[in-house]
Write a protein of this length. Structure first.
Length: 641
């Protein structure tokens, strides 16, 4: 590795976690080009701020100690298929790292999404397969680029699997109503050509429309407007990417791979500002399909690790995606050529009423105290082919943090011969259209700093007391707390029978009753894998095996399935790291939580799926000495919580 130097530049002091600006992205690319390392076929997979070690962030927040700004880049050379990682010092004008990462495929580029469709549509072999199915006009051909996965029988190269649908009613037609079953096209994206076509037999293309726009579905006429107004403005304040709202303070980040990231989440308790989370983000997600049919058996997309879900973020619209008084954050990313790419309004920040916060009526005096809840919402929405995913963080006045995924969009469809009932999916109409059974599995990386960096994780189960003299009526049950001391001991699953949850505590602090203050992870959306143990997807998404994982903080351990899951054979990420069985008690811990949606399709999910909700909450347990929301004003005082 060599270092290329460039003239230093002075820049105003910014927080080390501020995302790169468009100017910084341009400077990083210029420095790499001037170093002579970039060939004509090089493409940028991502360019992000290189987040410094946690200690450097804490030092900046404590006394303003400055860490030089750096850009971290992933570069794909499409000429030879090699992947490189680079670090560029923006302050010193130097390329401080340029390293080939052998044997990996980085995430799919946005330009490859569109290129794959054109390559498949124009291939003579594909056109011949379509003619066999009565398709003779190819303008309406719609190709979704699915990741190739790893099954040991793929051709060499940077592969995508093209699956085909037809827009039969023009460019605005819902093509997912017309799947081309049994045709799977493998495309080498570096070579720019089809390398293999699988045709498993002709199934008639369903013809029945599946459109859903107002020109074909008459809107209801009995819906009256609901207005959301804040005549005195919002209760939050923004400084760059730092947000202050009531007693909360945190930073908003955004990366191509993870999308929305929350940094340095803190809550003011009396005269103390107390830390809760250092960094919280989507670590990985995978969508395993349970249909063994040839078109669907290899559907298991890693939407973060293979597709860079942040780059697929929607520009959000006021009144549609977000309602009320809104503050938007743009996402400044880089396109494949290294040019700054701004997604306007990528992140939405707003307040919303959330019903009751707390209430009690003294029936003896007929006096009532009631408070309405308000929550702060930070969100973004990504479109990944047919599906939409909304990722929502909620902060509440009582110290609760909630994460929720809202799943909607259009199901990935298939076809069976008319009169046939699919065994691994739901028939959607009499024309043979169906939707295979599948799951959406998410893993969150939660870098806790509960009142400081030294934390421990406990598992809390509820148990029934045995019969006997101390339980004469058989009604006794209680919680049992167990410290998780090592990585392997901390590989745990949800148990409904035990009402199980986990709590992260600071063992060096004490609350009013002498217990360690903490935050509980309360499961809400729980899935378990139904694939067989030898299935490729379970090897590649090993994080699915457990709902809870705990590791000691390591700056480079960021993604649950490893840095490069695209076409990887598996075993990387959490399974590999935790094999060392490192100590996780009384240390800087990272909690990884797996949850998701088990989607057995319904007729009501077609043609566009109503939102399904999955997620979890982080609730204070002994973190405060009493209800921290007692001081929320009453609605009749002219405030609404």
């Amino acid at each position: 590795m060599t270092t290329t130097h460039h003239r230093p530049t002075s820049a105003p002091t910014v927080h080390p976690l501020e995302p790169l600006t468009a100017e910084e992205i341009t400077r990083a690319v210029d420095l790499l080009r001037e170093s002579g390392r970039l060939g004509d076929a090089c493409r940028f997979v991502s360019i992000v701020v290189r987040e410094p070690e946690k200690s450097a962030v804490l030092a900046f927040d404590a006394d303003g100690t400055v860490t030089p700004r750096e850009a971290a880049c992933i570069v794909l050379d499409k000429a030879d298929g090699r992947t490189y990682e680079a670090v560029v010092s923006l302050a010193n004008g130097a390329v401080t790292r340029w390293e080939h990462v052998p044997g990996v495929q980085p995430q799919v580029l946005l330009e490859e999404f569109f290129a794959c469709e054109e390559i498949v549509k124009n291939d003579p072999g594909v056109q011949e397969a379509l003619r066999k199915r009565g398709v003779t006009e190819f303008d309406g051909v719609m190709v979704d680029p699915w990741s190739a996965g790893h099954y040991g029988d793929e051709d060499e190269g940077r592969l995508l699997r093209g699956l085909i649908w037809i827009k039969m009613g023009g460019p605005d037609d819902n093509g997912y109503a017309h799947p081309v079953e049994n045709v799977v096209v493998y495309v080498d994206m570096n070579a720019g050509r089809v390398v293999k076509i699988e045709d498993h037999g002709v199934v008639p293309v369903p013809r029945q429309p599946g459109n859903y726009t107002p020109d074909v579905v008459a809107p209801r006429t009995d819906v009256k407007p609901i207005g959301v107004t804040q005549p005195e403005g919002t209760s939050f304040a923004i400084d760059g990417h730092e947000v202050r709202w009531q007693k909360w303070r945190f930073r908003v980040g955004f990366t191509p791979r993870e999308g929305l990231v929350l940094h340095t989440v803190r809550y003011t308790d009396g005269d103390r500002e107390r830390s809760i989370l250092h960094r919280a983000s989507l670590s990985e997600m995978v969508v395993p399909y349970g249909d063994p049919a040839p078109t669907h058996r290899r559907k298991n997309a890693f939407d973060a690790g293979e597709y860079n879900i942040g780059t697929l973020a929607n520009p959000l619209e006021l009144g549609c995606d977000c309602l009320g008084e809104i503050h938007y954050f743009d996402a400044v990313l880089a396109d494949a050529e290294g040019n700054p790419l701004t997604i306007p309004n990528a992140v939405c920040l707003h307040e919303e009423d959330y019903g009751l916060l707390w209430k009690h009526t003294d029936f003896r005096t007929d006096k009532t105290e009631v408070r309405r809840s308000r929550r702060l919402v930070v969100s973004f929405v990504a479109t990944v082919g047919n599906y939409e995913y909304g990722f929502f963080w909620y902060l509440y006045q009582d110290g609760t943090v909630q994460f929720e995924v809202k799943l909607t969009g259009i199901m990935s469809t298939g076809a069976v011969p008319p009169g046939t009932t699919p065994t691994h999916g739901q028939l959607l109409n009499a024309d043979g259209l169906y939707a295979p059974i599948h799951q959406h599995v998410f893993n969150m990386r939660l870098d806790f700093d509960v009142d400081g960096v030294a934390n421990s994780v406990h598992e809390v189960d509820t148990v029934t007391d045995p019969a006997g003299a101390e339980n004469p009526l058989g009604n006794a049950y209680r919680t049992v707390d167990r410290l998780l001391e090592t990585e392997r001991a901390a590989q745990r699953n949800v148990s409904l029978d035990a009402a199980r949850y986990w709590k992260v505590v600071n063992p060096h602090e004490r609350n009013a009753v002498g217990e360690s203050p903490g935050y509980a992870l309360k499961p809400h959306g729980t899935v378990v894998p139904f694939v067989r143990p030898e299935a490729s997807v379970l090897k590649r998404a090993g994080f699915m095996a457990h709902h809870l994982w705990v590791t000691p903080y390591e700056r480079g351990e960021r993604h649950a399935a490893g840095d490069y899951p695209n076409q990887h054979q598996g075993g990387d990420g959490l399974p590999r790291w935790t094999a060392a069985d490192r100590d996780v008690a009384d240390t800087d811990v990272v909690v990884w939580y797996t949850f998701g949606e088990h989607h057995a399709a319904r007729l009501e999910d077609w043609p566009v799926m109503p939102v399904q909700y999955v997620g979890f909450s982080l609730q204070p347990v002994g973190f405060f000495d009493r209800n921290p929301a007692l001081d929320v004003p009453r609605p009749m005082d002219g405030h609404h919580g």
